[in-house]
Design a protein around this ligand. Structure first.
Ligand code: RVP
Length: 500
């Protein structure tokens, strides 16, 4: 038995002491970009992200829509693996069919469908326009568009056909597939369009260009895209069916894989990493985890992990500590793993990025995690609250909530994440099933989070995440000062604050 000579500390237990702010510390100069995968010291990581936020590998969080929206903002998403291989590969390939600016049309309907059916489709997807194609598929013959402005349930018979109210193709401005993005955007503005369908000579719908995407590009600028301008996408994998799942995900176009487990310090993760390195070399990077100490970091680093996730038991829906008594405060875990990452880089010349995963309940927790040295951050609850997450929006006592559940809950029953060997089912729950307050569109809140992170870094006199980590001065907070913070938050009485 060994007892560590420290107290397990959470991110809540630290505050940053400001450093000198100099003239160059302005929001425009702050660079939040981060390496996603391993690289040689002094070289660039082959994949960097402009916004160091990634979505959790969870059914309640990472849908294709979430992943695309996040890539548009400069972040990154991982499609979850708690589903059949073909379904996960299809989601990955759905994301890869979207080029920045040119979207694969994902809300489509046949002309013979009823207005009631299209209304249901649009409502479920929280969208306001659908493409009409002969067979209702994304690349069928383009017949028109139908939007929520084209009919009203009180005015039109919902049994009427889509054809009766759609805007027919011949009345619409459409573009040829050879069009450049800048030309397509010019057409959108010249003709005051919300949507520009891109249609081949054969009449088949190729893609659509949205005015909203143009506006987002102007706001975020650095989308996470590959060399063909397709959005990048990650995929979670497990240590069971990896020999079938991984090749299928790579064929579907996954850019990065990540072994998803609540406790990653295992020989099963090493075997999976070695399989990927043996079969695919460095072609498809793969992350591993989760870990909470330097020993586990080094084990997975030596086995070939391209990034390593940190965090056990801190997730907002997680009861692993309660059930199994394993875990570590997220701040303590980060401090230990960051020290090992830096020692490993010094010894080997290889830098392996760290991802801080779980339990980041407010924007300032993110700032503390970056100050402690994480390279990027994985979030579940944060993203689950947005329109773009795949779960239901529900109204309870007049307030809107989104459903959010853990992968170890009865609802998800993701046994492969919590496997202990033996039978393939969840023996006991490690997660809960609940609701999070609805927070509107991802774009607005991510913009606010970025602004807050930049403001913190400016107060701490840093314009890059590396400098922020190197220069940060942190102080542990006493229980009394923590209570003072929370009392002030309560006084502000803003239950809809996205950070609450
Ligand atoms: P949070 O952002 O605090 O909601 O935490 C999300 C993280 O919690 C995930 O990335 C994962 O590591 C962990 N998780 C997911 N499901 C469960 C569970 O059921 N215990 N935990």
């Amino acid at each position: 038995m060994k007892i560590l000579d420290e107290t397990s500390r959470t991110l809540n237990e630290y505050l940053l002491v400001p450093n000198l702010t100099t003239e160059d510390c302005t929001p425009g100069n702050v660079d939040l970009s981060a390496p996603l995968v391993r690289h040689r010291l002094g070289e660039q990581s082959p994949i960097r992200i402009a916004v160091p936020l990634v979505s959790a590998i969870m059914g309640a969080v990472s849908s294709p829509r979430m992943t695309i929206s996040l890539a548009q903002c400069g972040g990154f998403g991982f499609i979850h693996h708690n589903q059949p291989i073909t379904a996960q590969a299809e989601m990955v390939s759905n994301v890869k069919q979207h080029k920045a600016g040119f979207r694969h049309s994902d809300i489509n309907i046949k002309p013979t469908a009823t207005l009631g059916e299209v209304a249901g489709l649009l409502q479920a997807a929280e969208r306001d326009i659908a493409a009409v194609t002969d067979d209702g598929t994304p690349h069928g013959t383009f017949l028109g568009l139908i939007s929520t402005r084209d009919f009203h349930p009180k005015r039109h018979d919902l049994n009427d056909s889509v054809e009766s109210r759609m805007q027919p193709a011949k009345s619409l401005v459409v573009a040829d597939p050879s069009i450049s993005l800048s030309h397509a955007n010019a057409m959108i503005w010249d003709h005051r369009l919300d949507v520009l369908p891109v249609v081949a000579d054969t009449g088949r719908l190729e893609s659509i260009v949205l005015r909203r995407d143009y506006e987002l590009h102007k706001t975020f600028r650095n989308e996470t895209i590959d060399s063909d301008k397709r959005f990048r996408v990650g995929a979670g994998v497990n240590t069971h069916d990896y020999q079938e799942r991984i090749p299928a995900l790579i064929r579907a176009g996954a850019d990065v894989l990540c072994i998803d487990s609540s406790d990653g310090y295992s020989v099963w993760q090493r075997n999976t990493l070695q399989y990927v390195k043996g079969e695919f070399g460095d072609q498809t990077p793969i992350g591993a985890g989760n870990v909470v100490d330097g020993r586990a970091f080094r084990y997975l680093a030596d086995a070939g992990a391209d990034f390593i996730k940190v965090g056990i038991g801190g997730g907002s829906i997680c009861i692993t500590r309660d059930q199994k008594g394993i875990g570590r405060g997220q701040a303590s875990a980060l401090i230990d793993v960051v020290a090992e990452r830096d020692a490993y880089a010094k010894e080997t010349g290889i830098y392996i990025p760290i991802c801080c995963d779980g339990g980041l309940l407010s924007d300032y927790h993110m700032a503390i995690a970056f100050a402690l040295g994480t390279d990027f951050i994985m979030l579940g609850r944060y993203f689950a609250r947005f329109t773009e997450s795949p779960t239901k929006l529900v109204r309870v006592n007049g307030q809107l909530f989104k459903e959010y559940w853990g992968e170890g809950s009865q609802r998800a029953r993701n046994w492969s994440r919590y496997d202990q060997g033996g039978e393939q089912h969840l023996v006991f729950e490690e997660g809960v099933d609940g609701y999070v307050p609805y927070a509107g569109s991802l774009y607005d809140t991510v913009t606010m989070t970025i602004a807050k992170l930049k403001a913190t870094m400016i107060s701490c006199g840093s314009t890059t995440l590396r400098a922020f980590h190197e220069n940060a001065v942190l102080v542990p907070v006493s229980h009394q000062s923590y209570l003072q913070n929370t009392a002030e938050i309560q006084l502000r009485d803003r239950p809809s604050d996205p950070g609450q």
